[in-house]
Design a protein around this ligand. Structure first.
Ligand SMILES: [Fe+2]
Length: 291
């Protein structure tokens, strides 16, 4: 067993309530790794969930993908977008339910984790568009899921959440330091452990684990650095954020290394509201009010 894997298992041992990945997402991820699976087989599985199918088709036909024709069926979507993108769409649509809802999660306003995650997804996608367009859907999914660990922590410390907030506001600790002191692990660590348990692709696990400190991973970590830059941007801009203590500085060494210039970040920030509006209502988590 790798060192990373055993670290993830050790963290998960301390968690009382581990959320389950929806069965359909488990099946789709397994199928998209199997070279023998056909588009028809994938269509059969996804179409068992009409809500998911509808969400995928709405996203395919949105300005987000900008396809030249209307996609009217799942098989067309798979043909045009490919297995990889459809897998990301399934993850995006199924996991968004976990991030939604009206509950208040530490440091965020009511429903703010969703607002913040969605803004991060769009900002990540837009940064990728400037740097490496082929990564734009992976960046969107990674940006959406980077704080999934907060959902686990919220369930774990419902009664003592105020301790965490007090450590940030009164003891002036950073979010990660407050989480470490309260629980012994941080939301990127528990999020990555969960993503690994769910067999997410490695680029998503890395982005979730290192989105606050992208410089710690060697090699090609472009998606992670993109998500980091988007994360800093949307927290700074206050999307769904209540506590200004959630802010943290951009790792300029990492962004410069990946050619994510200040000019690109300023442009993405200036156009962010417009891009969010272009897909805003297409991805509402089930169980959330449309407000
Ligand atoms: Fe985070």
């Amino acid at each position: 067993m790798s060192k990373k894997k055993s670290q993830f298992e050790a963290i998960l041992k301390n968690v009382k309530e581990i959320p389950a990945l929806p069965d359909i997402a488990v099946r789709v991820m397994r199928m998209t790794r199997d070279a023998d699976v056909t588009a028809n087989q994938l269509t059969d599985v996804i179409s068992q969930d009409p809500g998911l199918t509808g969400n995928i088709l709405r996203l395919c036909n949105s300005a987000y993908y900008g396809l030249p024709r209307v996609i009217s069926s799942l098989s067309q979507a798979i043909m045009y977008l490919g297995f990889h993108t459809v897998r990301n769409l399934v993850l995006t649509c199924t996991i968004s339910d976990l991030l939604g809802g009206d509950r208040t999660i530490y440091g965020h306003s009511s429903g703010g984790l969703w607002t913040n995650s969605f803004a991060c997804a769009v900002a990540s996608q837009q940064i990728a568009h400037h740097i490496r367009p082929s990564l734009h859907d992976t960046a969107f999914t990674a940006g959406l899921l980077r704080d999934i660990g907060k959902v686990v922590i919220h369930r774990q410390i419902k009664d003592t959440e105020s301790t965490l907030v007090e450590l940030m506001t009164q003891a002036n600790l950073s979010l990660l330091a407050a989480e470490q002191q309260t629980l012994g692990y941080t939301h990127p660590e528990i999020g990555a452990a969960l993503a690994d348990l769910w067999n997410f692709p490695h680029e998503l696990v890395d982005a979730i684990q290192n989105h606050h400190h992208p410089s710690v991973i060697p090699g090609d970590s472009l998606v992670t650095v993109i998500v980091h830059a988007a994360d800093v941007m949307v927290i700074e801009r206050g999307y769904g954020v209540e506590l200004t203590q959630l802010r943290y500085p951009l790792d300029r060494t990492a962004t410069e290394q990946k050619h994510i210039t200040q000019e690109i970040l300023d442009r993405v920030s200036a156009e962010l509201d417009q891009h969010i509006a272009s897909i805003g209502d297409l991805l509402i988590p089930r169980g959330s009010a449309k407000s």
